[in-house]
Design a binder for this molecule. Sequence first.
Ligand SMILES: O=c1[nH]cnc2c1ncn2[C@@H]1O[C@H](CO)[C@@H](O)[C@H]1O
Ligand SMILES: [Zn+2]
Length: 349
Amino acid sequence: MVMNDTVRRQLAALPKADLHVHLDGSVKPGTVLDLAARKGIELPADTAEGLLPYMRVTDECENLVEYLSKFQFVLRFMQDAESIERIAFELIEQAAAENVIYIEVRFGPHLHTNEGLTHDEAIAAALRGLRRGEERFGIAVGLIVINMRHESEEVNREVTAAALRFRGQGVVAVDLAGDEAGYPASLFRELFRPARESGMPVTIHAGEAAGAANIEEAVVGLGAARLGHGVRLREDGRVYELVRERGIPLEMCPISNMQTKAVAGWEAYPLRDYLRDGLKVTVNTDNRTVSDTTLTKEYEMLILRCGLTIEEIAATVRNSLDAAFAEPSAREALKARLQSACVELGIAL
Ligand SMILES: O=c1[nH]cnc2c1ncn2[C@@H]1O[C@H](CO)[C@@H](O)[C@H]1O
Ligand SMILES: [Zn+2]
């Protein structure tokens, strides 16, 4: 499949969904300039362009830990409610610009408490920004609350409790992110118990920087209803079958996966095989700024480098809507929108 003008037009107009995007990885450099000026914080550059090297990884990034080091730079500017709200709103604005109709944004509240914000205040601020974006741009949104692997048990217990308090008010799930190789999933069984017991959906970053055993533990031990990345699933046939039989959606993020070296390169990227084998594959951005990406760019790479067809791209969007942590009625309405757009665009779904 090549990217001719027809495909380009179809891609631009296709309704899209992003189930896996980090708030702090998707901050616009221009916003950092503005926030730094207001807060009197000195920056290493005075243009948006000049800030990019501090905010995004290069292809030379060696692993997930190096990738994660990029987040420190922006977190300094996300320690007050107003900035968090603004950045959340601007993320919806960026998504709307490429026809995203459904988005679940994720963030780790504890990363925003350095200047005194509480977890609840950070969550409320993110929700305000998302709601404003939802109303302004007509996109359906949800917030996923992240527990960070390196944080103490006590901190994460509190983060999870805060997430549960906001259930039904916009928080749709809890997640586990950070250094996967350094902190295996098995350490977090107890942490996710309250979520499991109260029916709050769980998604876990697994099979990105560690192998299939971590995926099995995420599903069986932690109760993951979806998996962040899951790239390394093919390393174990038994775990592969488990995920396939249970229909557990994979939130794959191709460009980020290249950068963190979760796979050796595009030739080795398993997304197309997973999709054709009936796994519930979804395509996501992970971090718009850190990974220098958009959903359109992710789709283009999958078409050019992995040979996906536009029909397969549309099928991943349908998978995302099926996998959305949203009310069934909302999911159906979104799927109807996708379906009618595909009819109009001549894409068989
Ligand atoms: O792909 C990823 N894998 C694991 N952790 C990640 C990834 N992207 C971002 N974060 C981590 O999640 C935090 C909250 O958003 C970020 O600060 C970063 O440390
Ligand atoms: Zn992620």
